[in-house]
Design a protein around this ligand. Structure first.
Ligand SMILES: [Zn+2]
Length: 310
């Protein structure tokens, strides 16, 4: 009998640590999530990663040689070549941590690390809404606004391996300060927190959630519709610049607020058609991401296969 081979994908977020066992065809056979806030510091988190992987192997009655490797998606700038976490903007205490080496020492498994949005981009490209195209841009909308870029059939990483920060494209020269040190960045307008701030003020409801804002818009509330349209226009303006430069054929948008649906997506597309140059605008299609919260784990499979040349 041929031995079963899997990879373990781990996706660290500000809220959850997700882990999954994936077969080589990209199917998740088992997954689990833990709250990130259960762990107080870097060392506790690393211990949690190690235990999760060990538990998985035990519970599935696998042996070490059933596991090809561990892939980790991490929320910050990562040196994926050397396996180093530079820092996490939303989890304190990480400063140039050689995570690949640490995990390999403790688990004795080949381990590869990358930025979480890079892995989501790879997953949507190979198995999701970006299947079959050579040039694609992926945008993830959440508390942070992230991005990943596929150029000519490869993930584009940039000179210091930190390319793709679409959330930090400035859309307003004199706009408000952003966490990144810049001004008027896209994230400063369409990050969850800022949409909520604006919507709560306009709808005079201090407890409004983004789900409620979406529901209001679907029920025809004009202010809610207007807020999603303004958001769609801002995303569209930033993407128009990117589309003019990169000439992608697909833009994939994921993350929580992509659930706002048609009201948001049609405004993004309309703005793109109006603001990007005609040749570029004509060939680009905007689609919602397909893989949802599994994308990071599936991306980890692609990372491990790529690094091990499988
Ligand atoms: Zn910024």
């Amino acid at each position: 009998m041929k031995m079963r081979k899997f990879i373990v994908g781990l996706d660290l977020g500000g809220t959850n640590i997700k882990i999954g066992l994936v077969n080589q065809q990209g199917r998740i056979l088992r997954k689990k999530a833990l709250a990130t806030t259960n762990f107080r510091d870097k060392n506790q988190l690393i211990a949690a990663f190690v235990n999760l992987v060990k538990q998985f192997i035990l519970e599935e009655k696998l042996r070490k040689n059933n596991i090809l490797g561990l892939g980790m998606g991490l929320p910050g700038p990562i040196d994926s070549k050397r396996g180093i976490v530079h820092f996490f903007p939303n989890i304190p205490g990480w400063n140039n941590v050689p995570l690949k080496r640490i995990m390999e020492n403790r688990l004795n498994l080949p381990t590869f690390v990358d930025n979480d949005v890079n892995l989501i981009t790879l997953a949507e490209w190979k198995y999701g809404a970006g299947r079959g195209v050579n040039n694609m841009v992926c945008l993830t909308l959440g508390t942070g606004v992230g991005g990943g870029i596929i150029i000519e059939g490869r993930l584009y990483r940039g000179s210091s391996l930190t390319a793709g920060e679409i959330g930090h494209i400035p859309i307003n020269e004199d706009g408000p300060l952003c966490n990144c040190g810049g001004r008027g960045c896209l994230e400063r307008y369409v990050g969850n927190r800022y949409i909520l701030q604006y919507a709560r003020k306009r709808l005079k409801n201090k407890r409004l959630t983004l789900e409620e804002l979406t529901r209001l818009a679907k029920n025809g509330n004009h202010i809610a519709i207007d807020i999603w349209q303004i958001t769609g226009r801002r995303i569209g303006v930033a993407l128009a610049g990117l589309v003019n430069v990169l000439n992608p054929s697909r833009i994939v948008i994921g993350g929580g607020i992509s659930d706002a649906g048609r009201v948001l997506f049609s405004e993004v597309s309309r703005t793109l058609k109006r603001r990007a140059m005609p040749q570029q605008a004509k060939c680009v299609k905007v689609l919602k991401a397909k893989l949802g919260s599994d994308a990071g784990i599936i991306g980890a499979l692609i990372l491990v296969k790529d690094k091990l040349d499988l």
